[in-house]
Design a protein around this ligand. Structure first.
Ligand code: SAM
Ligand code: SF4
Ligand code: SF4
Length: 378
């Protein structure tokens, strides 16, 4: 299987002006809706070797589009420095993503640097990574050795024809399954598997996927197909509401609702029940991420740092704040960066999923150009 690298289209708007730093850095910031900043997703590359139609459709993300030049990317030192400041300002969880993060050369070095970060009370932040699994079988051990704690693998079905069609890079299911097994065997668990459900495309894979992973320690999560970006031709009639996913599963196995692990958790959790109707941990659990039908903006504590250092406050934003400028042009101190981050977060009022139906898809007769998921990460 060739590891083709495909460039990503530049659909970004210019950055938002940075707010003035707060004069002194006080308690941890809350945004306009009283939400804390706990979760930072860092995109380490804008490239991918897959062309999932819901994320980077081939017709748009073809070879005519330009990569971000290497000089535009945040270096590992710049990422680690920003992550350090974010952790000082409340971040407890860091997820590396992309594009395909395992395509970033020497990603293990970045993981090693990030694994040394500590929160103000001396704890290591939760460090995880989301991957399409294509390079995982050969990288799992080195990622673990570098200090990665957990991993999430995306897999949209077990049927090879369906999966090859969805990743549009002719990549086989078997290699992703090998990657998942390797991750489990080196201790990157509990491994989570994300399945984006597109009605009419792979919804018939829901039950086979659940059957495959039930009782294996893998937490399978079903994600509603989202209207992220501006290129995937999203239609509501291709969304299968999570409630219906759960209904289908409950027709095969008894399920019991589980409490969220943490505030702001995106997935609703369900456990497989034993004969007495109690959750049986040996059978495991599944998750449902209902970003379209049950907005979870009220608890959203996530920010996203793009490959070139722009901070996005919502997955559906069009513009981000250029933090790289603080590092490179302004040579700002950590305290200055912290107070700019505080000011940005304090101004945040985003809640796109709650407002989805009221937000026009067009502006001035043209489709609204939202940032692509492959650029800011999922
Ligand atoms: N390439 C890696 C991967 O696929 O896991 C990491 C980046 S990818 C953008 C992160 C997650 O976003 C994946 O689980 C992917 O399935 C999900 N995703 C991408 N586009 C989506 C869409 N339109 N709706 C729902 N989830 C989507
Ligand atoms: Fe690549 Fe992940 Fe997007 Fe698929 S979902 S195209 S693997 S970045
Ligand atoms: Fe958070 Fe934006 Fe998603 Fe709402 S729509 S949950 S604010 S990322």
């Amino acid at each position: 299987m060739s590891e083709r690298v495909i460039p990503v289209v530049d659909l970004r708007h210019p950055p938002l002006p940075l707010p003035k730093p707060a004069t002194s850095v006080g308690p941890l910031p809350l945004d306009q809706l009283q939400r804390p900043l706990h979760d930072l997703r860092i995109s380490v590359t804008d490239r991918c070797n897959f062309r999932c139609s819901y994320c980077m459709p081939k017709e748009v993300f073809n070879q005519d589009y330009a990569y971000l030049p290497h000089s535009a990317l945040l270096s590992f030192e710049e990422i680690t420095r920003l992550a350090h400041v974010f952790v000082q300002r409340g971040v407890r969880k860091i997820r590396l993503t992309g594009g395909e993060p395992l395509l970033r050369k020497n990603i293990e070095i970045l993981i090693e640097q990030l694994s040394r970060l500590r929160t103000p009370d001396g704890q290591p932040p939760d460090l995880t990574l989301t991957t399409n699994g294509s390079l995982l079988a050969r990288k799992a051990q080195s990622l673990r050795n570098a200090g990665l704690q957990r991993i999430t693998v995306s897999l949209d079905g077990l049927d090879d024809t369906v999966f090859r069609r969805m990743n549009d890079a002719d990549f086989p299911v078997s290699s992703v399954l090998e990657g998942i097994e390797a991750a489990q065997s080196v201790g990157l668990g509990p491994v989570k598997v994300n399945m984006v459900v597109k009605l009419g495309t792979n919804d018939h894979e829901i039950i086979p996927m659940a059957r495959h992973f039930r009782g294996t320690g893998v937490v399978l999560r079903f994600i509603e197909y989202m209207d992220v970006g501006a290129t995937n031709g999203w239609r509501m009639d291709e969304v299968l509401p999570s409630a219906q996913v759960i209904e289908r599963l409950a027709g095969h196995w008894p399920l019991v609702p589980l409490e969220p692990c943490a505030a702001g958790e995106t997935a609703q959790r369900w456990g497989y029940a034993d004969a007495d109707g109690q959750h049986d941990p040996a059978l495991g659990e599944i998750g449902a991420i209902s970003s379209v039908t049950q907005a979870f903006c009220g608890d959203c504590n996530r920010a996203r740092l793009s490959t070139e250092g722009r901070l996005y406050l919502c997955l559906f934003a069009s513009q981000g704040y250029d933090l790289r400028q603080l590092l490179r042009e302004q040579a700002a101190s950590d305290d200055t960066i912290a107070s700019v981050i505080d000011a940005i977060w304090q101004g945040r009022g985003d809640r796109y999923s709650q407002l989805r139906s009221q937000i026009p898809a067009e502006s001035d007769g043209r489709p609204v150009r939202r940032v692509e998921m492959s650029y800011i990460g999922g």
